[in-house]
Design a protein around this ligand. Structure first.
Ligand code: FMN
Length: 330
């Protein structure tokens, strides 16, 4: 048992424990649910007909004429309940899943069916454990695994130097308040640098952020003869992350400095927390879900609940920073 979330937690619907969550089971279930249900509904009349010793045609006639047309109608002759049908389906599904996974037979044990469902699609995705493990193999302390990134993207930092946090900001209204995140990060000991997308620049006060951080706010690629003002990153927060930037980042379309940087830093394995903020209609676009999965599979920690009410679509800055620290502590 790994605990519970409070009833108002924005993390409800995500795995309680990233290590214990049954990823293979969840993926298999989602992938096969439609096909399993189709086969079940096909097989059920045949099983009924066989059990009752009647033809399928007669069964269909009795079903339609005698009992109002619903397969779960109760009667003396066709005695069943929805619960029993669900149990049959659950057992059938469990047997198939066991078969797919190469697990031993259930030996007639029943599958416990939980009839309440919640979204559980966030959290670690395919391959994310690989990234975590490979990071763990090369890392002796948080941030140590990407010394090479420091050497290549910016100046090499010596031990004891302040850790550098890139705050990447996209073009959404919540960007206007990103100074609060910068202040929190600074109180936690970070040296913060703000990078915005070109459109995102319109949503922030660049002068104020430059004054706050002591660093220029970068939005454009630099030419070879221009100085590289950014120190190397130890960690990154992308917030708010727009629909547009998430999709481009996952697909490697580096047409802005912000996305190019994110693609590069993801490749280096720098710890990144991404906080998408967008309308729920966009969140249900098929490319978006696949692209979030792609980012997760590259090790990006995505904080996103597509079912959150509009006022709670983004976690608070405190929660975002806490997530980053938790990621670094893993
Ligand atoms: C007032 C305003 C609010 C917007 N809010 C959002 C938003 O919350 N989420 C989002 O994904 N896009 C939002 N957009 C659209 C993005 O700004 C637009 O897709 C832009 O191209 C994103 O650029 P970027 O990803 O390079 O920052 C908004 C646009 C405007 C003008």
């Amino acid at each position: 048992m790994c605990g519970t979330y409070g009833s108002s937690s924005w993390r409800i619907g995500q795995p309680l424990c990233l290590d214990c969550y049954d990823y293979a089971g969840a993926v298999l279930w989602n992938a096969h649910a439609g096909e399993l249900w189709r086969r079940f509904t096909q097989a059920l009349p045949a099983v009924f007909a066989r059990t009752l010793g009647v033809s399928r045609k007669r069964l269909r006639t009795a079903h339609m004429l005698g009992y109002g047309g619903h397969f779960s109608t109760k009667s003396h002759r066709f005695s069943t309940t929805l619960g029993a049908l669900r149990q049959t389906r659950a057992d059938h599904r469990a047997d198939q899943a066991r078969h797919i996974l190469g697990l031993p037979d259930s030996g007639g044990r029943k599958t416990i069916t939980i009839t309440e469902w919640r979204y559980a699609g966030s959290g670690l995705g395919h391959g994310e454990h690989f990234w975590q493990n490979s990071r763990a193999r090369t890392s002796t302390r948080p941030g140590a695994s990407h010394r090479s990134q420091r050497a290549r993207v910016g100046t090499v930092a010596g031990d004891g130097e302040q850790r550098v946090l890139y705050v990447v900001v996209c073009a959404a209204p919540a960007a206007a308040d990103v100074g609060a995140l910068v202040r929190l990060a600074q109180s936690a000991g970070w040296r913060a640098c703000v990078i915005t997308s070109p459109m995102g620049r319109r949503f922030v006060d660049t002068d104020q952020l430059a004054e706050l951080t002591g660093e220029p706010v970068r939005s454009e690629y630099r030419m070879p003869d221009e100085p590289d003002e950014l120190p190397a990153a130890d960690a990154v927060i992308v917030a708010p992350a727009t629909f547009n930037t998430i999709n481009k980042w996952a697909c490697g379309i580096a047409d802005t400095f912000a996305v190019g940087l994110l693609c590069e830093l993801t490749g280096f394995g720098v710890p990144i927390v991404a906080v998408p903020l967008l309308k729920s209609a966009l969140a249900h676009h098929i490319a978006f879900g696949a692209n979030l999965d792609a980012l997760r599979s590259m090790g990006v920690r995505v904080l996103f609940d597509p079912y959150a009410p509009p006022h709670a679509r983004m976690p608070t800055w405190e929660q975002i920073l806490t997530e980053l620290h938790a990621l670094l502590d893993r």
